[in-house]
Design a binder for this molecule. Structure first.
Ligand code: C5P
Length: 227
């Protein structure tokens, strides 16, 4: 078994999932979008009125954590695994700007992180996994064989996220998307538990001026060296 573990971290909308999916497909590895798991828990909190504009019932969410089941199922047509919340496909529902507005608060709760990190480690225990997130190279898989840290300017990132939301048919405002990207980056980088930081041994990739193909070439070379 010469399969490796690839950890991809970085700020929001830096193209982590794009490269992670490409690598997983090329290598025949499992791709895990850890952000989808935090988003699914956030959706649960929203559906159960545990979080809103002026409140966050953190204790109740913590109590209910054992009843929240997050799972993935590979979708052949899409070519990646979709996320399920208590058996319901929530892949679309977790990508809204509303969920993005609450997710960093939910992701800052240590009990939430513990449950999801345990699950992420189980999924990756046999290697052959590409996982993207904020703390994959620092906390989830500190011994990952290859660690990437993706960056791009805030404007580039907001534009990417804006185009994604518009393509899905969501009516969003560019300024609101930019504000959300900046707020999440601030909260994710400054929280106590598992803040977003570059692991010492991570390779930083700034893709502000790279096409998706250019990025894939650069990173494929790094993977070949790591295997
Ligand atoms: O990757 P994505 O932007 O979908 O992640 C959504 C949010 O989930 C992040 O802004 C962050 O608050 C949280 N997250 C995290 N740790 C991870 C992945 C995501 O805290 N490993």
């Amino acid at each position: 078994n010469n399969k490796i573990t690839i950890a991809i971290d970085g700020f929001s909308s830096t193209g982590k999932s794009t490269i992670a999916k490409q690598l997983a497909n090329q290598l025949g590895y499992v791709y895990v979008d850890s952000g989808a798991m935090y988003r699914a828990v956030t959706l649960y909190a929203m559906q159960n009125n545990l979080i809103g504009d002026a409140y966050f019932k953190e204790e109740t969410l913590i109590e209910q954590l054992p009843t929240i089941d997050i799972s993935f199922a590979f979708n052949k047509t899409l070519g990646f695994a979709e996320v399920f919340l208590n058996g319901v496909n929530v892949e679309k529902d977790i990508r809204t700007l509303e969920v993005s507005g609450f997710v960093s608060q939910v992701a800052a709760v240590p009990e939430v992180r513990k449950q999801l990190v345990d699950q992420q480690r189980k999924i990756g225990e046999n290697k052959g996994v590409v996982m993207d997130g904020r703390d994959i190279g620092t906390v989830v898989f500190p011994n990952a064989d290859l660690k990437l840290f993706m960056t791009a300017s805030a404007e580039t990132r907001a534009e990417r996220r804006y185009n994604e939301l518009i393509e899905r048919g969501d009516e969003v405002d560019y300024q609101a998307v930019l504000k959300n990207v900046q707020e999440r980056d601030y909260m994710d980088s400054n929280r106590k538990d598992s803040p977003l930081i570059k692991a010492k041994d991570a390779i930083e990739i700034d893709n502000s001026n790279m096409t998706i193909d250019e990025q894939f070439k650069v990173i494929s070379n790094l993977v070949t060296k790591a295997i």
